[in-house]
Design a protein around this ligand. Structure first.
Ligand SMILES: Nc1nc2c(c(=O)[nH]1)N(C=O)[C@@H](CNc1ccc(C(=O)N[C@@H](CCC(=O)O)C(=O)O)cc1)CN2
Ligand SMILES: Nc1ncnc2c1ncn2[C@@H]1O[C@H](COP(=O)(O)OP(=O)(O)OP(=O)(O)O)[C@@H](O)[C@H]1O
Length: 216
């Protein structure tokens, strides 16, 4: 569509949204082509980093995701924390209740009955909603400032924007999804920490602050 037909700003937004979609497609293709043995090694390294560097997670209500599309597999670590049984720990899975809404969370344990959500992702079949204190959030793309690209549903952005207190946001992904810089949109909620097979990184952006490059 010729941009001259759009009112000021709207054309730029359309281009940005299309760029984001194209970027998401190419990053997803890259992650899907990760060989199974590397995926398993990277997932294991990420679990070890989380366990060693963030031991307090074993005492919190932690939201994680059931892996799809070659996302890192955190289930063995979550199951380990569950078995360890420290007071305060609860494993939670996100639930899409409606498009354009925030995620709800239900307790998960290895024996809980499961069903699938609208995207075919396994979720606990029943249970009261529980508020997470920390979220392990899958990354389709990310940069060092903590800007994140997801599947495009905006679910984690809405969830982080609405929860009080805001849970600790830990982005989880692979180095192959790292970008030099990812344009942050007003609704984008930056990650506090990012963990990849390359290490655990504290992010340079803050939710309400200016872009990281202008901060120091
Ligand atoms: N494992 C996992 N579970 C999760 C998330 C996630 O990122 N990973 N979510 C994080 O928000 C929520 C689900 N979000 C989703 C948002 C959009 C689509 C979606 O539109 N999927 C399409 C197209 C994907 C594509 O671009 O290829 C599809 O599957 O056909 C799926 C899940 C909750 N559960
Ligand atoms: N706090 C919010 N309030 C209303 N709409 C929002 C909010 N956050 C995000 N959105 C909407 O969600 C849509 C998708 O956002 P975006 O492309 O950033 O998703 P994403 O972070 O990649 O997806 P996800 O979090 O599901 O993995 C956008 O159209 C955006 O307007």
């Amino acid at each position: 569509m010729p941009s001259g037909f759009m009112p000021g700003g709207a054309a730029d937004e359309l281009v940005a949204a299309e760029d984001r979609r194209a970027l998401r497609r190419s990053l997803l293709a890259k992650r899907r082509s990760l060989p199974a043995d590397e995926w398993a090694r990277h997932s294991q390294r990420i679990r070890a980093l989380l366990q060693e560097s963030l031991p307090r997670l074993a005492t919190l209500r932690v939201g994680f995701c059931w892996p799809r599309d070659n996302e890192a597999d955190l289930r063995p670590l979550i199951a380990h924390w569950h078995r360890q049984g420290e007071p305060g720990f609860m494993a939670l899975l996100p639930l899409v209740l409606a498009a354009d809404s925030s995620l709800a969370f239900r307790a998960w344990s290895p024996t809980v009955a499961m069903t699938t959500d609208r995207y075919g992702i396994p979720v606990p079949a029943s249970g009261e909603p529980v508020l997470p204190e920390a979220l392990l959030i899958p990354l389709v793309g990310f940069d060092a400032a903590g800007s994140r690209l997801g599947y495009g549903g905006g679910y984690f952005d809405r969830t982080l924007a609405s929860l009080r207190p805001r849970p600790l946001a830990i982005g989880v992904g692979f180095e192959l999804s790292r970008l030099d810089s990812l344009q942050r949109e007003p609704h984008d909620q930056p990650m506090d920490l990012i963990v990849t097979e390359g290490g655990l990184h504290r992010c340079t952006a803050t939710p309400a602050g200016p872009p990281a490059a202008t901060k120091r």
